[in-house]
Design a protein around this ligand. Sequence first.
Ligand code: ADQ
Length: 468
Amino acid sequence: MARVVVVSNRVAVPNRDGTRAGGLEVVIGSYLKRNQGIWFGWSGRTVAKGEEVTRKVEHAGVTYITTDLLRADFQEYYNGFANRMLWPILHYRLDLAEFSSRDMAGYLRVNELFADRLKPFLKPDDVLWVHDYHLLPLGKALRERGVENKIGFFLHIPFPPPDMLTCLPKHERTILSLCHYDLVGFQTNNDADNLADYLSHECRMPSRDRRTFIAGSRTLRIGVFPVGVEMAEFERLARRTKRTAVVREVLNSLSERSMIIGVDRLDYSKGLGLRVRAFEQFLGTYPRWRGAVTYLQITPRSRSEIREYADMERRIDETVGRVNGRYGEASWTPIRYVNRPYSRTTLAGLYRSSRAALVTPLRDGMNLVAKEYIAAQDPEDPGVLILSRFAGAAVECQAALLVNPYDQEAVAAAIDQALSMPLDERCGRHSALVKVLSENDIKDWGPRFVAALTNPAEAKRWSRRASG
Ligand code: ADQ
């Protein structure tokens, strides 16, 4: 079997506390745990010129290679182009995008730098698997340096229609550079169709079947590989940890009240402001639940150095304060809002202890919290998932209560419906969700992508298995 070299912006070199707040690290970590290989990316350190170091660490069969970035490069590449331009546009938020050609130059430069630093570690038969929007042009940079290995790319976040993509100035420098990969993978068919539309209509590129495009001397294939979770392991973990001291302490502090849970990085794509307002509307419209339910929102801060994120943090703090002030009692706080990461173990126990989960992103590539919540439930007495129709997870989670996150009245009604739902309906919805999600366990995801990249015939076998 060929060695797989995974490349992503951040590399989760194992640490002792085991807390990882980010879908990409969780997913790649889970793949490499089973399949080994190399994980290459940024070290998380920014340094002055001349102090950049590339380090190699071996742990449990995986080789971690991390490289430092100059402060200015990081600012332009990561805080600038990746997170102020690509992230909002790919999440359909043209209003928040801020273009600067300097940031774009920094983004392209860092991709070239990654290619330069990665190349010496590559062997001719390695298979390369590049992840996410930070590294759209890495394939092109590697090809320009003579790397002819199979290279695949997977986008963890949404991919919008061409009308939005073309709002990205000089979009051919980033989006069109995807044609240097052999395979580009997405979370949903909708995302894959949007790339196919962009290549056909905007770039007039010939295609056999809207999934295979001829780009000069190369062939680009497009595939759909929805990210999943470890269903059985997560259920076992949740069963065990519901009895741990941390989770018991939370439950005791609720004094028999039902709990609703939300777990998200603090990001505008997650729709937290609208969600808190929907909860406020719920307390206003359904007064019988006042004092009977507590909403726990766990939200580690992220990207606080970017202005839009700092503004959003302040607005959400204010809204939570207002709802608690308006409806709270000396003996009851409606919303518990916590800005710190928890271990996966604790999260699993908290999911299992919650009567409902509120997962209402305005756009999300997939959303693993939705799937983890389902995996964590007690099949004899499961909670209810309230899920945005704009999360990639909604494609598989049709048996959840699907909502439009912009419609606060509908979200408020869904919370009431979830809390009032009879046991037989909860069990019916839960078993339907477990069935679908178990057919797409994360264990199969990485091997399926790598098979599709290296051996399309093998990929067909996987897709037959995945579709039952
Ligand atoms: P994210 O935007 O980070 O991921 P998500 O899919 O929900 O979003 O994954 C978050 C992960 O971090 C989950 O595994 C969750 O358990 C963990 N996490 C969140 N809050 C935490 C906390 N407080 N403490 C500890 N862990 C926490 C990106 C895309 C998604 C896509 C994933 C995977 O934006 O759309 O689903 O990658 O492809």
